[in-house]
Write a protein that binds this ligand. Sequence first.
Ligand code: NAD
Length: 499
Amino acid sequence: MHDGFEPGATLHTQLYIDGLWCAGEGGHRLPVVNPSTEGTIAQVEAGNATDVDCAVRAAARALRSWKKTTGAQRAALLRAIASGVSDRREHLAALQSLNNGKPLDEARSDVSDVVATFEYYAGLAEQFDASGESAVAIPSDAYQATVRREPAGVVALIVPWNFPMVTTAWKLAPALAAGCTVILKPSEITPLPELELAAIIAHAGVPGGVVNVVTGTGAEVGAPLAAHPLVAKVSFTGSTAVGAQVMKTAADTIKGVSLELGGKSSIIVFADADLDLATDLVAGGAFFNGGQMCSATSRVLVERPLADALAARLADRARRTVVGDPFRPGVQMGPLASRAQYERVQRYIARGKADGARLVIEGEAPAGPGYFVKPTMFVDIPTEGPLWREEIFGPVLCLRSFDTEDEAIATANDTEFGLVATVVTRDAGRGGRVAAGLEAGVVWINAPQIIFPQTSWGGYKRSSIGRELGPFGLAAFQEIKQVLMPAGAAGTAHCIHGA
Ligand code: NAD
């Protein structure tokens, strides 16, 4: 298998704390597995609570000067990181394909997203010097008030394995733009891209202690981070169950939490839809990244007159999807990212069959090692069963028909989650109406799942607390301070810096 690496490229496997690469205190390492071959790529440090404490203290020391930097100074570093990521595009893409199993083209588009995110937040950091403090109109001549935005402090960023670099960039870029210092905990399944990012950050000239990366398990690194008294805020992306645990742990020290959690999202296809477009959007929403997407639109609701035609097209598409080595040109789906994920998806497929759902096309794995599953589609899924209700996180599509617009909206909303939805119709009025009725943080109408960093990310109900991206993503890492004083008093000049 071609591994996509530059000759002589080294893999970073140590913790990055206070500007230094170091071994963990416990002396243990964790294997990182190539999901295409099940071979071990590297052994990374298994951090523990002592390493977490060391990293948090380094971040707290670095905060003293980092929070006094101007937005323009932070922006320059964010742009240097963007440029470093851009320069290492092919290496970073290959690292993700190797570690996560996603096809190389998908990994390249993740790298582009990371670059765009750092550049966008560099722009917001540049604006910050002029906009970070503003006068507020109050109904009194005797006083004057200003409101200013300050960094939240030391923040913990905990991320999953499905889009390792993207979920990291969506937190790291705004946290740095806001003036926070960071401890990043990558997933133990895919730590390699973030460790490479740490090297880029060091090379960009970000001062030691501003960004620290501690690899290890959720129990040994994530939990002590969420509990640490010097951590002001936890920004977590991962499963709903672990998100709830993080929130409970953070409650003991009244930390702020931002949570980006699971989803069980719908794509609603009306009978007037363009069938080619609908097929593309359903397949993209369900099979991209092997369906390992919080935003997977794995519930297809199709208006009855189009149901058979769409099911036939999707079955054909699923059958023709090329599954295999993520480095091989033309491969559309790599392996799932881990054995645990592979086994989870197989359990859901078995459960669907046992529940009497009609299996239209079954995921058959290519022979040999690797966590490969082919696209799978069920129709007539019972709405109370786990396939319809729970996040599968694999290339498994469940299709049901509907008769009215109201029924489609009600069925789509009948879930504990509310991350995204897609609507496919030629009727613009209906598209807008349905989008308004959906309980979801993002709705795409006749569009693929494109996400611009200028917009917003996050959902309703048990999918999220807070929003990432756009100005919302920056606000998540800021405190707000009101300063009120007698009108005309001395010292009213800008006091953002040197606070
Ligand atoms: P996970 O919850 O198992 O792990 C996520 C991270 O939390 C990992 O780094 C893990 O080590 C850490 N962790 C585990 N236990 C912890 C604990 N007790 N305290 C603190 N940290 C702990 O999730 P996963 O399997 O890595 O990722 C898949 C999940 O992520 C899916 O549910 C998916 O929907 C969700 N996700 C959501 C979004 C979004 O934007 N809403 C994006 C990507 C993934």
